[in-house]
Write a protein that binds this ligand. Structure first.
Ligand SMILES: Nc1ncnc2c1ncn2[C@@H]1O[C@H](COP(=O)(O)OP(=O)(O)O)[C@@H](O)[C@H]1O
Ligand SMILES: [Mg+2]
Length: 480
């Protein structure tokens, strides 16, 4: 409908309607950018303003008429009435026509090629115009201030209106999204009830990929699945999955439908995240510092009601540093604050934690090899990523067989040291599980230590070649 009709319809119920009516009545249809220039207040608002405005307009018409008349009277076709800030209105006549200037012209200004004159009639007109314009500006300023006061008087109502429109805007947008994108209404359970999402999607990526986006389920349970360790190759979809879960929880608690077939969750008290620059290969030492500061914050403030997403924490430093930190962080989250946690990692070793800690479960991004290519299925499945996957990709990428073969040897060497004689992963050794733990493996056997001691204490300057040979033989004996 037309704005005027809408305004009229609202006037009865809306306390701001009278102000709107006043604004549209008093403001010029296209107000000048600055009040100082005039032209802000509409016609018909103030009788005096209308009068001085038409006076100013008329006077300008009078000037034009006067110019015509003086041209005819003097017979000088080039005669012009000029306006100058300092001298006001004047009749300009070129020097060539000086002889034809009438006697009643008063010279006011001399230019290089022309003279400027005034007449009593022009001076009178000028007076009128200036006075009218001055009055017009003064009146407009007054009316403007009045208008501003009227608006200011409704400030409370206006800001309430602003807040209300913002709320309506958000709710309408949510409603539209829910309807057009098949989003589901989440069920909010008591705090601590865990998080269950059926066929969750990432709201932005789903928009980009459409039907190609692969939905995934999520189950975080304080008793049985508090910490989900998500492994999988680069590009598998780990980061996307983490963000998707955090977004769904956030949207659900904000009161929005969520991109999923179903969702039920206990309200969380906070969502902690350590994600982001982890895919940035150009990161330096300082970014690792940031990573650790953020992680420290999470470990300190997370509660059993919190949701924590950790994306490749530890990647910013050397492998063993990073792996050790990641391991200890998972242990801490499990034994300490116990928040619901999604931990994406390329450290395959961490998946050993599933066997050691009751509330840790392993998930991985499914991958298929198909016609010599790697196919990312983007599906979260139980279990952990294939360990030799990196080597596999390297082979597919065309790395020389000698290099890949050698890498396999090195990998076996590394793996052979992963378990202690009791079959427990060595990474698990330490204070966290003192019960069935044998003491830490000493670096050297006692015999090696004795040999080292003897060698250190031998003064080579005082040993004869024969004695040295005897010593060597006895040392060798000790080691047999
Ligand atoms: N569920 C999904 N369905 C379809 N494509 C996905 C999905 N998740 C991720 N992708 C695609 O895979 C790419 C890599 O995902 P990302 O989450 O960064 O993997 P990762 O963190 O495991 O390296 C994304 O840019 C996206 O194009
Ligand atoms: Mg990632």
């Amino acid at each position: 409908g037309s704005p005027a009709r809408l305004l009229a319809a609202d006037a009865a119920t809306d306390p701001l309607a009278p102000l709107l009516v006043e604004l549209s009545r008093r403001l010029a249809a296209e107000p000048a950018p600055s009040v100082e220039d005039g032209g802000v207040i509409a016609e018909g608002v103030d009788a005096e303003l209308d009068e001085v405005r038409s006076l100013a307009r008329d006077s300008k018409r009078h000037i034009l008429a006067l110019e015509e008349r003086e041209r005819a009277r003097t017979g000088i076709p080039s005669l012009k009435i000029r306006y100058n800030r300092v001298f006001g209105y004047s009749i300009e006549i070129s020097k060539a026509n000086a002889a034809r200037v009438p006697a009643d012209y008063l010279r006011r200004q001399t230019l290089v090629n022309a003279e400027r004159y005034v007449t009593p009639e022009i001076q009178a007109l000028e007076e009128k115009i200036l006075r009218a314009e001055e009055r017009q500006l003064a009146l407009e300023r007054e009316l403007w201030v009045e208008l501003c006061r009227a608006v200011a008087a409704q400030a409370a109502g206006l800001s309430a209106l602003g807040r209300a429109s913002a709320r309506v805007d958000v709710l309408a947008a949510w409603a539209e999204l829910a309807a057009t994108r098949r989003w589901a209404r989440p069920e909010i359970l008591a705090a601590g009830a865990g998080i269950r999402i059926g066929e969750g999607r990432h709201p932005m990526l789903e928009r980009v990929l459409g039907a190609d986006f692969v939905p995934n389920d999520t189950e975080l349970d304080p008793e049985n699945g508090q910490i989900v360790l998500l492994t999988g190759p680069n590009m598998g979809g780990k980061s996307t999955y983490l963000r998707q879960v955090a977004l769904i929880v956030l949207m659900a608690q904000a009161g929005c439908f969520v991109p999923a077939a179903s969702a039920s969750l206990g309200a969380v008290d906070r969502i902690f995240s350590r994600v982001g620059a982890s895919d940035d290969l150009a990161r330096g030492e300082s970014t690792f510092m940031v990573e650790m500061i953020e992680t420290a914050n999470i470990l300190r403030f997370a509660t059993p009601r919190s949701l924590v997403i950790l994306d490749e924490v530890g990647r910013g430093t050397a492998t063993f540093d990073g792996l050790s930190l990641a391991w200890a962080i998972v242990e801490h989250l499990h034994e300490g604050p116990r928040p619901l946690t999604l931990f994406a990692t390329h450290y395959h070793e961490l998946t050993e934690l599933e066997a050691l800690l009751p509330r840790v479960v392993n998930r991985t991004m499914a991958v298929k090899e198909w016609e010599g290519r790697i196919l990312f299925l983007r599906r979260v499945v139980p279990g952990s990523a294939d360990k030799s996957y990196g080597l596999h990709v390297a082979r597919l990428a065309g790395l020389p067989e000698t290099v890949v073969g050698r890498a396999e040897q090195v990998l076996r060497n590394l793996e052979s040291q992963e378990y202690d004689p009791q079959g427990r992963p060595r990474l698990a050794e330490g204070a966290s599980f003192p019960a069935e733990r044998p003491g830490q493996m000493p670096l050297f056997t006692p015999a090696e230590e004795i040999v080292a001691k003897l060698l250190r204490e031998t003064d080579l300057d005082r040993v004869t070649p024969l004695a040295a040979l005897n010593l060597l033989a006895s040392l060798q004996d000790r080691l047999k």
